[in-house]
Design a protein around this ligand. Sequence first.
Ligand code: 13P
Ligand code: SF4
Length: 337
Amino acid sequence: MADLHTATERLNLNGFLDLEIDPTLDLVEEINRLKREKNAIILAHYYQDSDIQDIADYIGDSLGLSQKAASTDADIIVFAGVHFMAETAKMLSPGKKVLLPDLKAGCSLADSCPPALFKKFKEKHPDHLVVSYINCTAELKTLTDICCTSTNALAIIESIPKDQPIIFAPDKNLGAYLIKKTGRDMILWNGACMVHEIFSHERIVKLRQRHPNAKFIAHPECEAHILDMADYIGSTTGLLKYTINDSATEFIVATEAGILHQMEKASPHKTFIPAPPENNCACNDCPHMKRNTLEKLYLCMKYELPEIILPEWVIAQGRASIDRMLEISEKAGLIAG
Ligand code: 13P
Ligand code: SF4
């Protein structure tokens, strides 16, 4: 265990267990063995690398993942996603051990809304109800009345009486899309996702000219000038379902590129083209989501580190906003399979 001791010290700096792995190990076999031995469940977001998606017990969008985290009877939840998702799982299942392969798998949207600043902002609008996109820190959830995800955001806003003023945080793009869809005049926090703000209008237009039969589909975290071009706008699950049910055989996809793995698996005869970013970088790969690797997943399951620990007051005060979201989703029939 000497190497674990050294690695745990390094965990503080790197955010993950930095240990050598025997190169002859079959990691997939080992992870499956650890799952059985420890009664662990692996929950993976669609934006994870395909090898992680393929070993997961459940793959889904933010809503599906939180519903699964709330209902699982596993002893350990291994979250192949980003920090706010693992925190949400911990808030929903505080008695379970929640592991995240890399603690530095953060989120630019969550980072764009520091709780201390938001608290001051909220104090200026005391009569407003706070709806926060689930892509925010656990502490921000303590300042939130109702959470939402991209799947249920519309249903959540529509469940609120029309005369009730709303602050929507932290995603200004999703917020602007909801204002357009609902006609509600919400106050928006000025946050955004670094991945969904990178798409190039000009390059998408050119790509569509070269693929005139392709449908252009986009996640609502994209900017309005990108959404205005879309044939369909939806959450990752919505986009996946659309590609399965629509008769088109070509799709240009404006969201994180990890979702293409499930699209290709579900419709092997169809072609999926990632929407081009502003330059030739791989910017539609989320650098936070992609911090998780099969190696880190294996080590985290073996040593049960890094673990998500939250102060009790954060769980006590933040959980209500997620529970309200889950209740409204259930009433609206938005239950992931
Ligand atoms: P959904 O999982 O709700 O589609 O949101 C995508 C996302 O950005 C998660 O980080
Ligand atoms: Fe956050 Fe954007 Fe990455 Fe999702 S894709 S985790 S919103 S930075």
